[in-house]
Structure formats: structure tokens, C-alpha cells
Design a protein around this ligand. Structure first.
Ligand code: ADP
Ligand code: ZN
Length: 615
């Protein structure tokens, strides 16, 4: 029965890890806490039992946009779902309550405020199959998504002792977990912790890039993801705006999202992104929860995030559909200066500095990055992932003693009163204002590092910081100070190993240079990459267009009609009968009936064209 319902409503033939156990637990009317990474497949865990049990499942959700997405997605699978929140008018409210009382609604999404208001009214009038508390970490005061109303949800256990409660979250830390268990009064709960590994996300870190190079790398990265949705996370509001402007200049449709915008502007940006009216969102960390878009194909961190938790949650927004997706992190000296400052000024100074330190170690790693991430979340693995930059291109080291000595000697000769910027000018023998004013051009080290480009000096200095040869005096203009370990290298008692800088020149540019062609051809076919054997990329494009048209007709996002993964599979399998169409992953009975004919039409037409060509 379980499997039949899974296929007929959701179109899947198998469960992801733990889903089946969780479903069975709820069907046994027992409580559960589910910890799964973003994109792990939490929704099915309560949606499937909701379909198999009598009555209405009550789903508590903190954001209107999340509810909207879930309800639309369920309705698109032929399931009766509704949402009660502050966005509904009186009439809608009344009609939803009526439908609920009639017992027609299988899943009712509700905001915590609304839920508390209805505990003694609507909820008492209907038969409730289960309670699902989505984004359950909102209950914890220590987290960044704290919602005071969530702390009152204990009322559910008191008022409905026999209804099973399942709490779900992607936040895995212990404090949050305990907060959830305690505050919801879960009864003899089973805790399901799934692996936090997301093997479909590639991991890549670029160190010490300056503005221009960063932008160029970003353009090239997006170029390789033509037409594919992605997010650029930036540290500041102004940065989101300046990067967005640069992307727009390149002809990339981009929205901006940060807490300084009005809620209307933010909703608009989010809506444009979800409905593919823009390809990219440049955002601060304010953007994310509430984005269930399954076909975000890439995430770039334009600046270093403040912790591994933030980083992992943010990259997790890519590739929810399970298809390969790319992530890229830029990491610079300036980021560390700013983030350290923020951490020091925060009221949890020690914790925040430690978190930043762990983030830095990740960015600096010379072992498989995924192992570091999983280890951070308490999972150990015994193999390298093969899908991070370290695995693909292991760092090579060389004897960098002379380089380190030059830098340290420069610092020493200024009386340790120099920041990275001026130090690089000094080493390169540049004629900058500060250099001249302070008379650094008279020092012995002036110009001693001329042979090394400024951007490489950035990289080496960052390495020196991480190797503990220098530290930053945050309370003294961010001047560089030589540590004891640094002195040993400076005075020749110890050698220093540095990592060779490997810069990959953007492929297109390099190729273009060779042939003397312009770097950015104006017209180029926009074809998505191929994900499955035998996939026909042109057919995929045709299917994607149809999908978009069907979505626009219903005013819903395209990925809710069919996910990109399903479209890619269709383009590979090319079914020609309705039955074969329904066998594809992600296509349940409802979608088969509603969309089958039109998709088959496009497939047949494309096959006809191809035959015509081969004849
Ligand atoms: P989460 O809420 O944990 O972030 P979702 O519930 O939104 O994740 O699921 C992420 C994606 O995985 C969705 O596109 C969903 O349709 C898909 N998915 C979930 N369960 C399965 C399954 N058993 N087989 C295939 N795809 C699945
Ligand atoms: Zn790896």
C-alpha cells in the first residue's frame, strides 16, 4: 500500500534513506524527530502518512512562501491541500474551514499564530491524522530562525494526546535537537538522523582573488551554467547590489535580495527567481528559507560565510532534485578582517570566533573538503569524495621560505605597522601614497617581491596567516604582526612550505585567445548540459519550454509541473505511450493524466524530426 501510494501520488518507486522507516513510525501513531539535510526529502515523510491515514494532517510551517509552494506542489499531484495564514482573506478563510470540517482536506498547512488561535476551535471540530512541525529548529532561541510562537506548540501534546507528532528540520546541532524534543513534549520519540552528505553538490574554493578576478571567474562560472538558476551570496547589502549590477551588464537577468529592501521588493525578487523571470539572485544570508525551488543548479559564495552551518545550509539550496549542481566559494583576506571584526563585536564572541576559525580551516583545507564538512556534522567517512577541488586537483607544495622571508622582512622593517595592501605595494615596489609618505621606498625590501604578481602575494599572505606566521592586530588598524613561528622562518631557523598557486584561466577565454577569436560570441545555442545516457538536449529544451508554458497557464513555478530531473529523464528515455510516460520518476497518476498527452506530443514530434533527418 505504501509503495503504491508513493508511486501513484508522487511518481517515485523507491524511498530515500530513512523515509520508509519514518512513514511507518507515523502510521503506527508514534512520535518522531527527523533531521535531514535540505533537499533530503523530508516532505514525503509526513505527506505520505497523511494520505494513508484518516482525517486531516496539520502541518505547521513558519513561512507563507513555503506553505504556498508545498500546497501548490501537492495540488499538482492531485492531493487536496490548503494553507491557513495571514495572507488569506476572510472568504478564503471561511471556505477552507468549511472544507476542513467536511473532512475533505488531506493536508492543512498553518502558521504557528493561526494554529494557536484555532486550537480550541477548528482543530477541535475536525479529525486530525497527525501533526507535522516543519522547520522545527524555529523553536530554538539559539538558532537564527527563532520564532517565539513555536515555543507555544507544547499545547498540541496537551490538547491532542493521541495524535502523533513529527518534527522535521535540517539543523542538526545538539542544542536545537534537545530544545525541540523538550518543548514539543514528544512522547518516546524516535530520532531519525539521515546522512548530511549531498554527493551531487560539487565543492570548490578559490583563495585570495581580487575583485576583478573574482568577477571574471563568476562570469565564466555563470557562462558554464547558461540559463540555469543560481544564487550568489554576498556579505553585505551593498555588495549584492554592485555584483548584481555587474551581472546585469553582462546580460544576465539578476535580482537583489537583502533585509534592507521592503518586504514587497523581497517578495518580488523571490517570486521572479522561483518563476525563472531572473536567472540569478544576489543575496545576503536573509535569502533562503522558503526557497523550495528544486532546480537551483549552482550557489556561489562571493565572500566567506561566518560558519560552516551557514555555508552548508546555503549551498544546500542547490540541487534539491538530486541532479549534479555546482558550488563555488571565494575566500579573501578582506573577508577574514571583516568577519573577525563582526565576531569580536558580537555578544557570543568566543563561539563566533571559533565558528569562523572552523570555516577558515575548511576553506584552507588540503584534504577532501566533503570529509571536513561531514566530520563537522559528526559523520565520518573513509573515502575521498572525488567531487571537490582538492580531490580533483590535489594541492602541490613547494619550499616557499624565501617568499615568506621577504614578506616578513617587509613587515619587520615597517616596525610591524603595515596592513596587507601597503605591504604588497612595498614588496612590489609600487609608488602608492602611503609608501611614499612613510618612506617605505627607502627600505631594503622595497621592490624585493617585484617578480610576484600582486594577486599571488594576496594568496601567499593568506597562506602565511593560516600557517600562523603572521597575525592581524584587529585593534591596531589591522596591521600585520610577526608571530614566534614567523620569526623562526625569518631568521632562517625553519623552512616554510607554501601551496603552489594554480589558476585556471577561463576555458573560453583561453581557447579564444589561441584562435584569436572574440571571447564572448554573441549568438550561441543555449543548451543545457546532459545528465543521463542517451539524453537528447534539444528535446530537453522543447520539454522545458512546454513545461514553462503549462506552468504559466496555471501561474505556478515550472518545477512544480515537472521537475528538471523528470524532464532530463524524459529526454533520455523518450517514452511514446502514456503508460511509459507514467513510469518516469516523479510522474504520478495525476500528472500523467493532466500533462501526459502534451508531453508525448512534443516527444513524438521531435522523434519524427530526427527520423526525417536520418532518412
Ligand atoms: P527537504 O524538505 O528535505 O528539503 P523535499 O521534501 O523538498 O526536501 O525533497 C527534495 C526533493 O527530493 C524533491 O524534489 C522531492 O520531490 C524529491 N524526493 C523526495 N523523496 C524522493 C524519493 N523517494 N525519490 C525521488 N525523489 C524524491
Ligand atoms: Zn573530496
Amino acid at each position: 500500500m505504501i509503495f503504491k501510494t508513493l508511486k501513484s501520488y508522487f511518481g517515485y518507486t523507491s524511498f530515500r534513506p530513512l523515509q520508509e522507516e519514518i512513514v511507518r513510525r507515523i502510521l503506527d501513531r508514534k512520535d518522531a524527530l527527523v533531521l535531514m539535510p535540505t533537499g533530503g526529502g523530508k516532505s514525503i515523510c509526513y505527506q505520505l502518512p497523511a494520505l494513508l491515514m484518516e482525517g486531516t494532517a496539520i502541518v505547521v510551517s513558519p513561512l507563507i512562501s513555503l506553505m504556498k509552494d508545498q500546497v501548490e506542489s501537492l495540488q499538482n499531484n492531485g492531493i487536496i491541500a490548503r494553507a491557513l495564514n495571514s495572507s488569506c482573506d476572510e472568504t478564503t478563510h471561511a471556505s477552507i474551514r468549511f472544507e476542513c470540517r467536511q473532512g475533505r482536506v488531506k493536508l492543512l498547512y498553518i502558521s504557528p499564530e493561526r494554529l494557536l488561535a484555532e486550537v480550541n476551535y477548528l482543530l477541535k471540530d475536525i479529525r486530525i491524522s497527525l501533526f507535522a512541525i516543519d522547520e522545527a529548529h524555529c523553536i530554538s532561541q539559539w538558532g537564527h530562525d527563532f520564532r517565539p510562537e513555536y515555543t507555544q506548540l507544547s499545547v498540541l501534546r496537551q490538547q491532542f494526546p493521541d495524535v502523533p507528532i513529527v518534527a522535521l528540520t535540517a539543523t542538526a546541532d545538539k542544542i536545537t535537537r534537545e530544545d525541540i524534543l523538550r518543548q514539543l513534549h514528544l512522547r518516546d520519540p524516535e530520532i531519525f538522523i539521515s546522512s548530511f552528505d549531498r554527493p551531487n553538490l560539487s565543492l570548490d574554493v578559490r583563495r585570495g582573488y581580487q575583485q576583478k578576478e573574482k568577477l571574471r571567474t563568476l562570469f565564466d562560472f555563470i557562462d558554464r551554467h547558461r540559463g540555469e538558476s543560481g544564487i550568489v551570496y554576498c556579505m553585505s547589502r551593498s555588495k549584492t547590489e554592485s555584483v548584481a549590477e555587474k551581472l546585469e551588464q553582462q546580460g544576465i537577468r539578476t535580482a537583489v535580495y537583502h533585509a534592507g529592501l521592503s518586504s514587497q521588493q523581497r517578495d518580488q525578487a523571490q517570486d521572479d527567481f522561483i518563476n525563472d523571470r531572473v536567472q540569478v539572485v544576489c543575496a545576503t544570508i536573509a535569502f533562503g528559507m522558503g526557497i523550495d525551488k528544486s532546480n537551483v543548479r549552482w550557489v556561489v559564495h562571493y565572500n566567506l560565510p561566518k560558519s560552516i552551518e551557514s555555508y552548508y545550509q546555503e549551498i544546500g539550496r542547490a540541487g534539491r532534485d538530486g541532479l549534479p549542481s555546482d558550488t563555488l566559494l571565494f575566500y579573501s583576506f578582506g573577508d577574514i578582517l571583516l568577519l573577525s571584526k563582526f565576531a569580536q563585536e558580537s555578544n557570543q564572541q568566543e563561539i563566533n570566533l571559533e565558528k569562523l576559525h572552523r570555516m577558515q580551516q575548511y576553506a584552507e583545507a588540503d584534504i577532501c573538503r566533503r570529509r571536513i564538512l561531514l566530520n563537522y556534522f559528526g559523520e565520518t567517512t573513509d573515502h575521498n569524495c572525488g567531487n571537490c577541488d582538492v580531490c580533483k586537483n590535489p594541492p602541490r607544495r613547494f619550499d616557499g621560505t624565501v617568499i615568506v622571508q621577504k614578506a616578513l622582512s617587509g613587515i619587520a622593517r615597517t616596525g610591524e605597522q603595515v596592513g596587507t595592501h601597503t605591504l604588497i605595494d612595498l614588496l612590489r615596489g609600487a609608488v602608492s601614497q602611503e609608501v611614499i609618505e612613510k618612506g617605505y621606498d627607502k627600505l631594503k625590501t622595497y621592490g624585493a617581491g617585484r617578480d610576484i604578481p600582486g594577486r599571488d602575494w594576496q594568496d601567499y599572505l593568506l597562506q602565511m596567516l593560516n600557517l600562523g606566521y603572521v597575525e592581524i592586530a584587529y585593534n591596531e588598524n589591522n596591521w600585520l604582526k610577526i608571530t614566534t613561528a614567523g620569526k623562526k622562518v625569518l631568521f632562517g631557523q625553519e623552512r616554510a612550505e607554501l601551496v603552489t598557486i594554480q589558476r585556471t584561466e577561463p576555458a573560453r577565454k583561453a581557447a579564444a585567445k589561441k584562435k584569436g577569436l572574440p571571447a564572448r560570441p554573441t549568438v550561441e545555442p543555449v543548451l543545457s548540459p546532459v545528465f543521463f545516457d542517451n539524453e537528447d538536449p534539444e528535446l530537453f529544451e522543447a520539454l522545458r519550454l512546454l513545461c514553462k508554458r503549462l506552468a504559466d497557464q496555471q501561474a505556478i513555478p515550472a518545477y512544480l509541473v515537472l521537475s528538471d530531473k523528470t524532464l532530463h529523464q524524459l529526454a533520455a528515455v523518450r517514452p511514446t505511450t502514456l503508460e511509459a510516460f507514467g513510469e518516469i520518476g516523479g510522474i504520478g497518476e495525476y500528472k500523467k493524466g493532466k500533462y501526459g498527452k502534451e508531453f508525448l506530443e512534443v516527444i513524438r514530434q521531435r522523434m519524427g524530426e530526427k527520423e526525417g533527418v536520418s532518412k
